[in-house]
Design a protein around this ligand. Structure first.
Ligand code: CP
Ligand code: NVA
Length: 307
């Protein structure tokens, strides 16, 4: 039973529950295309807190809530007392008296746990420093649409501790899939997280391997995924990261080493010329716009299942 549960990390869910989020995402896509949307959030108010900027997540969540008949209340950090030092615990307690669910994009992953524990409401992770599970659902929905299955090896090129990658790892580990990470040795997930991933992979039969050579990583991959080199909040280490990651760019040449049917994925926003060449993201293997569109259906799925 998913109702009332928070959507903070994919590792909190069983394989069947994750499959259910994907199945309902496809149903929601069909409902939207046929203009036959269930109003499962009628009379429900959802607060959406943003401590960092957002285009896709904000618009997909607001649209999803609206389409399901609910009412979104967007709270950018600068507009609420959180920015003047009101504790997150107090913010959570107060929201618990007003709304039926909370979505939050936070600087510190722990804030999501506090929001859940002090509000008593289901909380949806809209991206933290450690994960971006809503993005992952849209990624695998896109892989399934384009490749017919998600049981094909995929590759991620870039920072091995990237929040988007960590959620991809969680999905792959739970679902028994294969992920090849091309990343410099300096950038590996923290020990506790990696231990958890290894345990899950052991149980599901998933394969997650790291390669220092990006060409080795993409060999035989059916999807090549990358994210920005510098995430929100990492501005002070931007130059250092760009230097370390300079050989981990998705180029047309790198794509030639993947399967000839490979698609290119990126959570967006992208920096053309840094992590990806313009002719790849704007080329015919790119699935990034369908991937972005799918954020709407996965948002609708998670909202309708947990709230
Ligand atoms: N992919 C993603 O989360 O985009 P936004 O930062 O624009 O929400
Ligand atoms: N890793 C990026 C993802 C943006 C959707 C960031 O955290 O800024």
């Amino acid at each position: 039973m998913l109702r009332g549960k928070s959507f903070i990390c994919l590792l909190d869910f069983s394989r069947e529950e994750i499959q259910n989020f994907i199945d309902v995402s496809f149903m929601m896509k069909n409902f939207v295309k046929t203009n036959n949307i269930p109003k499962s959030l009628q009379n429900k108010r959802i607060a959406l807190i943003f401590e960092k900027t957002s285009t896709r997540t904000r618009v997909s969540m607001e649209s999803a809530i609206n389409l399901l008949g609910g009412f979104p209340i967007v709270l950018n950090k600068g507009d609420i007392q959180l920015s003047r030092g009101e504790p997150i615990e107090d913010t959570a307690r107060v929201l618990g008296r007003f709304v039926h669910g909370i979505g939050a994009r936070v600087l510190d992953h722990n804030s999501l746990i506090k929001l859940r524990d002090y509000s008593g409401l289901p909380v949806i992770n809209l991206l933290s420093n450690l994960s971006h599970p809503l993005q992952t659902l849209a990624d695998f929905m896109t892989i399934k649409e384009k490749l017919g299955t998600y049981d094909k090896p995929i590759a991620f090129i870039g920072d091995g501790r990237d929040n988007v990658l960590l959620s991809l790892m969680a999905f792959v580990a739970k679902m028994g899939l294969e992920l090849r990470v091309g990343s410099p040795k300096e950038f590996r997930p923290n020990e506790d997280f990696w231990k958890r991933i290894e345990e899950e992979a052991e149980e599901s039969g998933a394969i997650i391997d790291f390669y220092e050579d990006p060409y080795e990583a993409v060999r035989g991959a059916y999807a090549v995924y990358t994210d920005v080199w510098v995430s929100m909040g990492e501005e002070s280490i931007a130059e250092k990261k760009k230097e370390i990651l300079k050989n981990y760019k998705v180029t047309e040449d790198l794509m030639k080493y993947a399967s000839s049917h490979a698609i290119f994925l990126h959570c967006l926003p992208a920096v053309r010329g840094e992590e990806v060449e313009a002719n790849v993201i704007d080329g015919k293997q790119s699935a990034v716009w369908d991937q972005a569109e799918n954020r709407l259906y996965t948002a609708m799925s998670v909202l309708s299942l947990i709230i």
